[in-house]
Design a protein. Structure first.
Ligand code: 5GP
Length: 128
């Protein structure tokens, strides 16, 4: 079910539980600001999720309220993960769903990092 609107942060969402180590993940990177791990249901040969360590529901509250340090740290981590995975030469796609229309399912900000194949068009037609 997509998340609807930007409710308060749910500390028991699945990614919060992964951050606390309560649920395992296939970790690819971690630093002070971010954790990156393989998506459980990949749609490309490389499908990694990068999440900030702070409690942010989505890009909306992160971009509006995170500190400059948190934003810089998180964005740099995304770039580091892509580089470390060898995706800079072939290229990759970054995607962040935000809210109901996007289909966001997990209410903790995450960037999807897709690589390892031609990505094709950004959105499928017809637009509905
Ligand atoms: P969203 O639709 O919110 O942008 O993407 C959520 C993503 O989280 C999906 O691609 C889904 O496969 C992934 N996901 C959901 N639950 C888990 C989990 O427990 N572990 C991992 N590694 N990925 C998950």
């Amino acid at each position: 079910m997509p998340v609807s609107g930007l409710g308060p942060y749910d500390p028991n969402n699945i990614f919060a539980r992964i951050l606390r180590g309560e649920i395992p993940c296939k970790k690819v990177y971690e630093d002070q600001w971010a954790l990156a791990f393989h998506d459980i249901n990949p749609v490309s040969p490389v499908h990694v999720l990068v999440i900030p360590k702070g409690a942010y529901v989505a890009f909306a509250d992160f971009s509006a309220t995170a500190s400059a340090e948190e934003i810089a740290g998180f964005i740099r981590a995304v770039g580091t993960v892509a580089r470390d995975l060898g995706l800079e030469a072939p290229g990759y796609r970054l995607l962040a769903n935000m809210g109901e229309d996007s289909g966001q399912e997990v209410p903790h900000l995450h960037f999807h990092l897709f690589g390892g194949r031609k990505m094709g068009p950004m959105l499928t037609r017809p637009l509905t």
